[in-house]
Every structure is written in structure tokens, then in C-alpha cells.
Ligand binder design. Structure first.
Ligand code: GDP
Length: 212
């Protein structure tokens, strides 16, 4: 069974000091607006409307928390790079997102969703600059891979792997994984699910009073 199938919406948060208590394990999803993050979360959780909550007017710029089991959460971070977001909200996020990525203890790993045709945009690399120094694992989903031929997809995969290895992984000793993904074709679901489960397993000692 897909691990994220248990996901249930819990709360939307606008400010760093409103975040739920910092204990347990969180896996965050980030991505440029329109990259396919909501579709990826919906596919991985096998729930068509789960990330719909993050798309409702007024909620797109919030941090949305979903419970995926006791003391485990999936965190849907606001999509970035959307030109129509007012300057004041952008400024707010430029302060809040790095704080979340750099200070949150429960955050066990970051999934960054990128459109395979436009990977590693300036803001994606900004996310990597903020989070890679924490040496926690980062998984990149190159989504919409159905839009490219197999050859082009594999080339994009290999290019992105090379760039993250030399620009972040080698410098910060951060574990990076990159995969092809398509919500439309349901491609790559198992691979992503396994990676997320492995992060949760690695961090089980963060769960209070867990009887193993
Ligand atoms: P978000 O803004 O990052 O949450 O992006 P969405 O999940 O809302 O997707 C943006 C657009 O891309 C929508 O029109 C989706 O139907 C489309 N999309 C998302 N994932 C895929 C995919 O794997 N393949 C294709 N062809 N389209 C996709």
C-alpha cells in the first residue's frame, strides 16, 4: 500500500510561529507553481483531491499540513515563482520559507517537484541553497516526464543528477536522489514512495514514546 494513502488534511499555517509543535517527522514538498506538485501529492496519496485544499483561494500561499500517521506529517509548502503573487506576500515567504527549511527539527527530508522541461529554476536552486547545508536528504521529482520522449527524459535525468551532485551534494555531503515522474501516467510512484518511507524509517527515533 502507498504510504501516503493515509494522508489527511490537518491545518494551514501562515507564520513560522503558528507551526504545529516541532516534534515527530515531517516530509515537505516544494516546487514552482504549476510544476505539478499538487498532482504529485494526489498521485502518491492515491487521493484525487487531497492537495486540492492547497489550491483553494487564499490557501495557495499557506503551509498546509497533512497527517500521514501518528507523529508523521506531509507538509505542502507554497508554490513559488507565480508572477501574480503580490510583492508583500513574496517578501513574507522569502522570510518564512528559509526559516522553516533551516530551523525545523522535525523536517526529515525535502521533495522538490520540478517540471522536467524546466528543471532547476532560480527559485529551485534557492530552495537547495537553503536546505542542502542541513545534510538531510533531498529527492527531486522530475515530473510531467510523459511530455518528453524516453531519450530526452533520460538525458534530463542524467543532467540534473550531475548538476546537483557537483553544486550541492559534494559541497554539503547531502544525500540527493532524482527520478522521473508522471502523475498523468502514474510513473515513478513506487520509487518515490520507497524513498519517503526510507526517510521516515531513518527518523523513527524522533517519534515520542514510540514502542518498537
Ligand atoms: P502545482 O501548481 O505545482 O500544484 O501544479 P498542478 O499539480 O496543479 O499541475 C499544474 C498543471 O500541470 C495541471 O494542468 C496538471 O494537470 C498538469 N500536470 C501535473 N502533473 C502532470 C504530469 O505528470 N503530466 C502532465 N502531462 N501534466 C501534468
Amino acid at each position: 500500500m502507498a504510504f501516503l494513502q493515509n494522508a489527511r488534511f490537518v491545518i494551514s499555517v501562515n507564520h513560522f510561529d503558528e507551526l504545529p509543535i516541532d516534534e515527530g517527522i515531517e516530509i515537505a514538498f516544494a516546487g514552482r507553481s504549476n510544476a505539478g506538485k499538487s498532482s504529485a501529492i494526489n498521485s502518491l496519496s492515491k487521493q484525487n483531491r487531497l492537495a486540492y485544499v492547497s489550491k483553494q483561494p487564499g490557501r495557495t500561499q499557506l503551509i498546509n499540513f497533512f497527517s500521514i500517521g501518528e507523529h508523521m506529517s506531509l507538509v505542502d509548502l507554497p508554490g513559488y515563482g507565480y508572477a501574480k503573487v503580490p510583492g508583500a506576500i513574496k517578501d513574507h515567504w522569502v522570510k518564512t520559507l528559509p526559516r522553516y527549511l533551516q530551523e525545523r527539527n522535525s523536517l526529515a527530508g525535502l521533495v522538490i517537484v520540478m517540471d522536467i522541461r524546466r528543471p532547476l529554476t532560480k527559485l529551485d536552486t534557492q530552495m537547495l541553497d537553503w536546505f542542502a547545508p542541513r545534510q538531510k536528504p533531498i529527492h527531486i521529482l522530475l515530473t510531467k516526464s510523459d511530455k518528453l520522449s524516453k531519450d530526452k527524459s533520460l538525458r534530463a535525468l542524467s543532467d540534473v543528477k550531475k548538476i546537483v551532485q557537483t553544486q550541492w551534494a559534494d559541497s554539503f555531503h547531502t544525500k540527493f536522489t532524482v527520478q522521473l515522474f508522471s502523475s498523468l501516467k502514474k510513473q515513478g510512484l513506487e520509487e518515490a514512495d520507497e524513498i519517503i518511507q526510507s526517510w521516515l524509517a531513518l527518523n523513527k527515533n524522533h517519534i515520542p514514546n514510540l514502542v518498537s
